[in-house]
Design a protein around this ligand. Structure first.
Ligand SMILES: Nc1nc2c(ncn2[C@@H]2O[C@H](COP(=O)(O)OP(=O)(O)OP(=O)(O)O)[C@@H](O)[C@H]2O)c(=O)[nH]1
Ligand SMILES: [Mg+2]
Length: 253
């Protein structure tokens, strides 16, 4: 059983991709299920096989603790960890090969608070992968794109499991822009050049940041994906396979 956690900034496309990739896998004969770990989501564009809202309700937490939506989101995120046994039991009932987990809207709730790490460790750290979603609207300048890579590196540093970067919503991106972002992803020296050109004020900082990105290999494996056209789904699947099985395909069912 492999666990793929979809993480990324608010609105980066986590829920849509969890669903689209689950559908793509089913169409291709792979055994996957989707799990919603976002207790605060009002409406999800799909019916996950397992939904944390069976156990935790944002509305009820708001009422019970007399909190506004932001405070209640934090309490809900922390409560995730208390329900890990129930989640695990439900996951085990399915006996699926891949478990695709949609995480809370705000990245910091899952990445920086303790619940995310507790869940990953309890379900099985050595069988887990982070799919870090980069929203192209936050990647159109060298500083924006480098900042996303830093966030991705921070996420991996904090959670300590393998990570692949995914550039989402590519069906919405102008072709020239898309090629430039992909070039930055492949070629960190080009990204540094463009950073230097765009801001001489922070040239030393840019060099330092790019050094961290290179050392952590945070720029590698940027997979362009569209949940609408399904472009890139095969690449994401191949990437997961490569990390855990060295490219050897699991038997299709
Ligand atoms: N065109 C296009 N739109 C997309 C794609 N993926 C997501 N979207 C849109 O982007 C918006 C946000 O997508 P979500 O899947 O809700 O993103 P999220 O990261 O789960 O958002 P939160 O959980 O609210 O933080 C929605 O309007 C989606 O329809 C895509 O591949 N192509
Ligand atoms: Mg979502």
């Amino acid at each position: 059983m492999i666990f793929v956690y979809f993480v990324g900034t608010a609105g980066s496309g986590k829920s849509t991709l969890t669903h689209a990739f689950n559908e793509w896998c089913h169409k291709n004969g792979y055994d996957t299920i989707a799990v919603n770990l976002d207790p605060g989501v009002k409406r999800i564009p799909y019916s996950p096989e397992i939904d944390i809202r069976e156990w935790i309700s944002l509305e009820e937490v708001m009422k019970e603790y007399n909190l506004g939506p932001n405070g209640a989101q934090i309490v809900c995120a922390d409560m995730l960890a208390l329900n890990v046994k129930e989640i695990e039991e439900r996951i085990n009932e399915y006996k699926a090969d891949y478990i695709l987990l949609d995480t809370p809207g705000q990245l910091e709730l899952f990445v920086f608070r303790s619940a995310g790490k507790i869940i990953i460790d309890s379900l099985g750290k050595e069988k887990s992968l982070l799919a870090f979603l980069i929203d192209p609207s936050l990647a159109t300048t060298p500083t924006n794109f480098a900042s996303q890579l830093m966030l991705s590196a921070t996420t991996q540093f904090r959670l300590g499991i393998p990570l692949v970067n995914i550039l989402t919503k590519v069906d919405m991106v102008d072709e020239n822009m898309l090629n430039l972002i992909l070039e930055w992803g492949k070629n960190p020296d080009r990204l540094l050049d463009d950073l230097m050109k765009s801001s001489t004020l922070y040239s030393q900082m840019s060099e330092g940041i790019m050094q961290i990105i290179k050392e952590m290999e945070a720029h590698t494996s940027l997979i362009p994906i569209s949940s609408q056209t399904w472009e890139g789904m095969e690449d994401l699947y191949a990437s997961v396979q490569n990390i855990f099985y060295g490219g050897e395909d699991l038997e299709r069912k």
